[in-house]
Design a binder for this molecule. Structure first.
Ligand code: ATP
Ligand code: MG
Length: 230
């Protein structure tokens, strides 16, 4: 997907200003920046949830799936895991949906029995896996992951990040991976883009941005983040 000159205004406030960013097919682009820098607003613009100026091309908006920070909010508490995942499979003939639910659960390393469970019976990390399985069921061209590990314990964060890396390798997904934590972004991303007050201040290969940041703000972010152990 190519995003060109994206600007999002809320009244007189400009949340995103003239942002240009390419997410090449099959690659993970990490978007990092402090709270309020405009990351979620970029995600919402990509998914058509806010009005924006600028151009998006290369991906059918219907083939974009968004996974949020809070899997409590994205899963219906009254639906079993299986029913939640199956909901997105309406394009498949009824008879093939059960197998597909199993396949999706196994992609996110959950045993098939989990299909019968309710969200409240799952840990935070397991719920986030279900939310990812559900999103994958729609066979997205682009997955937008907005702070999907932020609500999780550090020990579980690592597992979800490894899952993302595994899925990327296996499915060749394109992904915009958003986090305020540069260490987390670096771990899963090919390219890292740094946002500050609505603007992109630096972009480059993950190794380079983290190893030799060019912008003072990136260096500040690097100094501030706790190191991710894995
Ligand atoms: N619907 C809205 N109306 C007005 N202002 C908004 C709206 N949505 C977001 N903003 C403002 O836009 C700015 C960017 O918000 P955004 O949610 O994109 O930040 P973020 O980088 O995702 O932050 P965080 O890391 O805390 O999730 C913030 O100053 C926020 O208050
Ligand atoms: Mg956000």
């Amino acid at each position: 997907m190519i995003i060109e000159n994206l600007t999002v205004r809320f009244g007189s406030f400009t949340a995103v200003e003239n942002l240009t960013l390419e997410i090449p097919p099959g690659s993970v682009v990490g978007l990092v920046g402090e709270s309020g820098s405009g990351k979620s607003t970029v995600a919402k613009a990509i998914c058509g949830l806010v009005r924006y100026e600028g151009r998006m091309s290369g991906v059918d908006p219907k083939r974009v799936q968004l996974v949020f920070q809070d899997p409590y909010a994205s899963l219906n508490p009254r639906m079993t895991v299986g029913a939640s995942v199956e909901e997105g499979l309406s394009a498949l003939p009824r008879g093939r949906r059960k197998d597909e639910v199993e396949r999706l659960l196994s992609l996110v390393s959950l045993p098939p029995e989990f299909a019968g469970r309710y969200p409240r019976e799952l840990s935070g990390g397991q719920r986030q896996r279900v939310a990812i399985a559900r999103a994958l069921g729609a066979r997205p061209e682009l997955l937008v992951a907005d702070e999907i590990t932020s609500a999780l314990d550090v020990s579980v964060q690592g597992a979800v990040l490894n899952l993302i890396r595994g899925l990327q390798a296996e499915l060749g997904l394109s992904m915009l991976f958003i986090s305020h934590n540069l260490a987390v972004v670096r771990y899963v991303s090919d390219v890292v883009a740094v946002m500050h007050r609505g603007r992109l201040v630096e972009i480059g290969p993950a190794e380079r941005v983290v190893g030799a940041p060019e912008h003072a703000y990136t260096r500040e972010l690097l100094a501030a983040v706790p190191r991710l152990r894995h």
